[in-house]
Design a protein around this ligand. Structure first.
Ligand SMILES: *Cc1c(COP(=O)(O)O)cnc(C)c1O
Length: 260
């Protein structure tokens, strides 16, 4: 009894009706944006960003049929990932967990064990560590190269503001990709970016199209790597991101409400 009461203090009840409504609204907007862009909605994965929220929110959205969840901090997500595993029956589809935040070296091991996709690979050094732990754990980890296409110094990611054919940045990125593709048990699947916070979603368009251009050029340069994924678009700009070719959206607030 005491236990249950204590749990309720830290995990307030989720308003399932409100969640169902906002989730349905995001899905409707996704489908509409895909159709406007002449794309198939099924080609786009909505990753629900549950950072800073208790497990109860993940469980509630799972019960509404959602399977892809994203977290940005290894420490915080650890208990949630374990909790989610314990909650669901073995015959239910497991959650697919996406790591979307900067990964500190010392967290590489727990990220490899907890997550199914990594969106935030931002250095060759980190790739080496991820590869080492993936090999130890006998897992194959798909990952995306985080690219800083806006030049915002507060953002992580490979520098990619001046990635024209003969620039130093392009050479450095090529070198990094060549190193990463040699590593066992990790596999590049595409690119990720975070657009700067802008007053209107339309302003983010240039960053999304820059990421897509970069992906197209990498595809030509490294044809045996699978560059199919573009992880871009959040609550304020996911429709524009879909129009620019996003295959993975990372949406938190539009689904779960404002974070405290
Ligand atoms: C928090 C976060 C998101 C989701 O942001 P919302 O504005 O809640 O949709 C997406 N990507 C990254 C990397 C984040 O940290």
């Amino acid at each position: 009894m005491i236990n249950t009461a204590a749990k309720n203090v830290t995990a307030p009840l989720v308003n399932v009706h409100a969640l169902a409504r906002s989730y349905a609204r995001v899905r409707d907007r996704m489908v509409a944006a895909a159709h406007r862009a002449g794309r198939t909605p099924e080609d786009i994965t909505l990753v629900a960003i549950s950072k800073a929220l208790p497990l109860a929110n993940v469980q509630a959205l799972y019960r509404l049929g959602h399977r892809h969840f994203g977290e940005n901090r290894a420490e915080e997500s650890h208990d949630k990932i374990r909790g989610a595993r314990e909650t669901f029956a073995p015959d239910e589809d497991p959650i697919v967990w996406h790591m979307i935040g900067h990964i500190q070296s010392r967290k590489a091991k727990s990220v490899v064990s907890g997550f199914d996709h990594i969106h935030s690979l931002d250095s060759v050094r980190l790739a080496r560590r991820l590869s080492r732990f993936a090999t130890e754990q006998d897992k194959n980890v798909p990952l995306l190269l985080e690219c800083n296409v806006s030049g915002d110094a507060r953002k992580h990611g490979f520098a990619a503001t001046r990635c024209g054919a003969n620039t130093e940045q392009w050479a450095a990125l090529n070198e990094a990709v060549a190193r990463i593709t040699e590593l066992p048990h990790i596999e590049i699947r595409g690119l990720m970016t975070m657009a700067p916070i802008v007053p209107k979603p339309e302003v983010a368009r240039e960053y999304f199209s820059a990421l897509r251009d970069l992906r197209d050029r990498l595809t030509t340069r490294f044809p045996s790597t699978r560059w199919e994924q573009l992880s871009m678009g959040m609550t304020d700009d996911f429709e524009v991101a879909i129009e620019e070719g996003a295959t993975m959206l990372r949406v938190g607030r539009a689904i779960f409400g404002e974070r405290r």
